[in-house]
Design a protein around this ligand. Sequence first.
Ligand code: HEC
Length: 164
Amino acid sequence: MSVLSFRCVAAAACVALGVAILKAAAGPAEVAQIKPRQDKFRDIGGALKAINDELKKGRIDWDNTVVPNAQTIKDRSAYLLNWFPKGSGPEAGVKTYALPSIWQKNEDFVKLGKAAQDEAAKLNQVALSKNGNALKTEVDAMGKACKACHDSYRSGDYEKEDED
Ligand code: HEC
């Protein structure tokens, strides 16, 4: 079975199972956050990857690739902490990799979110400065800030089920 169809089957099963739980545990407004939040994270992930790919090439295209993608990361991550209302975790009954610890250790989660926002702002500045060495350093720092949160608050199943 392909990775994609596995995810679809799992999601369908979760939706069916979740309908009853959903009414009791989480309101539709919280549940409705999950899909758009995953889409926005994918945007951020794609943008960071595009910058990384640019570094691997010999010649960095600042204007068409690095600057706009750094802007996307900064703009999107500015709202990241709003995407996790209580009730939008696994109890929502739809497929999500968000772990319950987000709400149990929320102070720490918020701290990591803010740290990532700081790195995104720095990345944006470095993009505008068009300094290749600084870009390499900052892309690494940005990646570490993302990973720090994923290590604690995103289910390890994501890595098993998804390639990127
Ligand atoms: C404060 C915590 C936090 C930070 C910081 C963070 N993420 Fe995430 N990310 C999550 C959580 C939690 C999920 C799972 C969301 C879900 O499944 O509902 C996630 C999911 C994702 C996904 C998978 C989306 C999907 O379902 O296909 C990608 C890609 C991603 N993040 C990229 C990034 C990148 C790139 C950064 C840094 C620029 C970043 N994230 C920063 C917590 C974070």
